[in-house]
Structures are given as structure tokens and as C-alpha cells.
Design a binder for this molecule. Structure first.
Ligand SMILES: [Fe+2]
Ligand SMILES: [Fe+2]
Ligand SMILES: [Fe+2]
Length: 427
């Protein structure tokens, strides 16, 4: 699918930053500072082409992404963690399975492993793991102290045990040439760090997908719902013979439609019952949050599909109360697909609705003038076909996603037992 126009690669950094900021700003800023130090080391080293450096920098930005999931976030941002495996393993699995930088995932797995311990592991990107480890320690150190000399002597003392000697050497050289330590505080812009000179071979799609999976840090249901909505929308659009140019817009619009839920508190997202009016008001802000995250960086047709999925033809929807003549067919399709996906899916407050119940709700809303009658007719006429197709398309993706949760437990047991008697990797 050609999606060149959906999102330009120069806006990806901003999209990632704004999405993750919604989970925890402190961790994003730490990731950016670590990536800044790593970028200096990569530049000093001059060994990799810019496109590969950019992927390594993105890996460094995301090195603590597992902490969003594993509830280590408060410990992580206070840098008092002793047990580093949980977030390292989850981050590794996330990057390996759900990100465009899967090749570098092993560097995240071992971003707290000392030089000495690394010898016992089979690791392809040892150098990057060590760069991130050192940058991570440097940033932690500098948050509590401005004493550069103390930092450098800590590193020199740790050379050969905590850090590979060459990595310490590389860092000191890079700092001399690029003044990394003294400029560290000024670096908070991801677009600058991920600067794209047009050599990137990764499409915006892979980055957008990664952001969708990041909603998992708040709510697994939402990820499943998003994927289901994408494929229902797609199936309906094809049955209605929409022009092929519309399909990528529908696909990405549906993909992004609930992105803003990443900024809604888990207690509300996963509330096991009917939401109070106050909680409902907060829930509805997910559309505004999506708008803030997209911030004009995604093409307008696609963004509008995402931002208008709760609008209704009779003007009773939100956030704008738009009416039929103001809504495109693409927007209306995704609006209906969103409802179908919610009805057939399980949620914290409901089990999956039967075909009969789902269709009767759709017909009711169509008769009331809220939903596009043609779209509803297509779904009523082809329900089994659509859902069968959707199921087979969602299955492999959901399998990967469930596999991560299972592998997480297995790896945690494995790594924790292997390093039981290890000295702590961090001093
Ligand atoms: Fe970490
Ligand atoms: Fe870190
Ligand atoms: Fe929504």
C-alpha cells in the first residue's frame, strides 16, 4: 500500500514524542537525552550510514519503553531500580515484534547488562547495548550532579567491568568533539534527532503501527478494537467499491482513530461497568487527544477520518456535532465499523454481542438517522463474510500480540534465574 502522503518521515519524531508524552513525559525526556548521547557516539564512530544511525537512535529513544507497561515507571524515572529485567524484557519484545527497529531489539534487552556479564550472552548488537547502557548511566548521573569530572572518573573506573573499554573511550572522544555533556539539557526535540535526509527505507506506516501498539500500555482491549475496526472498515469499503485511492486513508484513519486513548486513565478505559457522566466526559476527550497528537502531521483526509468517528449523521455525535453533509463516506464507514467492532468485541464491561443483537442495534441507529443506511445495509447483507475475513486478517496480528505476553513470562523466569548471583549491573 502506498502511503507516502499519509505521514512524512520528517514528522514521525514529533508523533512519537507527543504520543509517549501522554503516558509519561519524564521517561520520554530521559529517552531523548540518552538518544542524544548515543547519537554523539555514533557520529564520532562514523561507522554506520545515516539511515542505520537513525534506527539506532530510535532504539535508544525507546530503550525504556517496557517501563510503560511493567509499572516500573515511577521507579524508572527515579532511577532507583534494582530489578531491571522486567522493563528490559518487555521493551525487547515490543521492539522486536511491533516496531520498525526490530533488528536492534537485543540492545534494549541488554541495556542494563554489564560488560562482564555480556560475555555470557549471545548478542548481536553489543556495541549499541553498551552505548545505551553508558548513556543511560550518564544521564542518571547528570540529573543528580553537574560534576563532569566525577562522571568521567566514574566511567573510567567502570571501564572493563560495567562498560566495554572501547565504549568509554568512544564516549570521552565524542564528548570532546561534540560537547555532549554540556549540551545535554537542550535536547528535547525528536524530529531533530531523527532528522531524515530522505535515505530512510522505513515507511511511516511502520512507525504509526508501533504507536497503535503502544496503546497497549494502557489497554489491551483498545489495541484489539483498533485492529478489528481497521479490517471491518477495509472490508466494507471494498464491498462498496470505493475508489482505490480511498483505501489507504480509510486504513490509516481507522488505525489512528482511538490513538488518543493512550492519554485516558486506565481506571476509566478498563472500568468494568457503565461510566459515570464525569468519567464519560473524560473518555470523550480521547478524540481531542488524538487531534493534539496528530497536530497536523498526518494528511487531512486521513486525520479527519480518525477525528470524526464519533460524529453522527443527525448531529448528535461528538466532538463537533457535525451532520451528514459535512461527513465524507469514508468517515461514515469508519464510524460504523467502530461501532461494530465495539459490539462484537469483549470489553471490561461487556462480553461479545451476538450477530443478531449487533445487527439490530445497527439497524435501529440507521433508522434513527444516525448511521449511513447504505453502510449498515452492506454490513447486514454480508455480516458473516465480513467477520470471517476480519477474523482471518486479525488472527496473525493478535497471535503476535498474545505471544508477547506469553514470551514475557518465559523470558523473565529465564533471565532472572541466570543473573541471580550477579552483581547489580548499575552502580
Ligand atoms: Fe532501563
Ligand atoms: Fe533508561
Ligand atoms: Fe473512539
Amino acid at each position: 500500500m502506498n502511503n507516502k502522503s499519509i505521514v512524512s518521515s520528517s514528522s514521525i519524531g514529533g508523533l512519537i514524542q507527543r504520543t509517549l508524552n501522554r503516558v509519561d513525559k519524564r521517561l520520554v525526556n530521559h529517552g531523548i537525552r540518552v538518544a542524544y548521547l548515543v547519537s554523539g557516539m555514533l557520529k564520532e564512530q562514523g561507522k554506520y550510514p545515516i539511515s542505520q544511525q537513525r534506527e539506532q537512535i530510535l532504539t535508544a529513544i525507546l530503550h525504556d519503553i517496557g517501563a510503560y507497561k511493567t509499572e516500573e515507571i515511577d521507579r524508572m524515572v527515579q532511577f532507583e531500580c534494582e530489578d531491571v529485567w522486567e522493563h528490559s524484557i518487555y521493551g525487547y519484545l515490543f521492539l522486536r515484534n511491533l516496531s520498525p527497529v526490530s533488528v536492534y531489539a537485543d540492545a534494549v534487552l541488554h541495556h542494563h547488562t554489564s560488560s562482564v556479564s555480556l560475555n555470557r550472552f549471545d548478542i548481536e548488537h553489543r556495541e549499541l547495548a553498551q552505548m545505551i547502557h553508558l548513556a543511560d548511566r550518564a544521564d542518571t548521573f547528570l540529573q543528580n550532579s553537574t560534576n563532569r569530572k566525577a562522571l568521567f572518573s566514574f566511567m573510567q573506573n567502570a571501564a572493563g567491568t560495567v562498560f566495554d573499554e572501547e565504549i568509554v573511550e568512544l564516549f570521552l572522544q565524542a564528548d570532546q568533539n561534540f560537547h555532549l555533556v554540556s549540551t545535554l539539557k537542550d535536547h528535547h526535540d525528536l524530529n531533530v534527532l531523527l532528522y531524515d535526509d530522505g535515505t530512510s527505507d522505513k515507511s511511516g506506516d511502520e512507525y504509526l503501527r508501533m504507536l497503535i501498539y503502544a496503546i497497549d500500555f494502557r489497554s489491551q482491549h483498545t489495541v484489539t478494537h483498533t485492529i478489528t475496526t481497521m479490517y471491518i472498515s477495509n472490508a466494507v469499503a471494498r464491498l462498496m467499491e470505493l475508489p482505490s485511492e480511498s483505501l489507504p486513508h480509510i486504513y490509516y484513519g481507522a488505525m489512528l482513530h482511538d490513538l488518543g486513548k493512550i492519554g485516558i486513565p486506565v481506571e476509566i478505559l478498563e472500568f468494568p461497568g457503565k461510566l459515570s457522566p464525569q468519567a464519560m466526559t473524560i473518555m470523550r476527550t480521547h478524540v481531542d487527544i488524538t487531534e493534539e497528537i496528530l497536530n497536523g502531521d498526518v494528511d487531512t483526509v486521513t486525520a479527519n477520518i480518525a477525528l470524526r468517528h464519533h460524529e453522527k449523521l443527525d448531529g448528535s455525535g461528538y466532538p463537533r456535532g457535525l451532520t451528514e453533509s459535512e461527513l465524507t463516506l469514508e468517515e461514515q464507514i469508519v464510524g460504523v465499523a467502530d461501532i461494530v467492532s465495539a459490539l462484537v468485541g469483549t470489553r471490561s464491561y461487556k462480553s461479545s454481542f451476538s450477530k443478531e443483537r449487533t445487527l439490530s442495534i445497527l439497524k435501529e441507529q440507521s433508522a434513527a438517522g444516525k448511521l449511513n443506511a447504505k453502510v449498515v445495509d452492506v454490513i447486514v447483507g454480508h455480516f458473516d463474510e465480513i467477520m470471517g475475513e476480519v477474523r482471518s486478517q486479525c488472527e496473525p496480528i493478535l497471535k503476535i500480540y498474545q505471544g508477547i505476553q506469553e514470551e514475557y513470562k518465559i523470558l523473565l523466569a529465564k533471565y532472572k534465574s541466570q543473573t541471580n548471583n550477579e552483581p547489580a549491573a548499575i552502580s
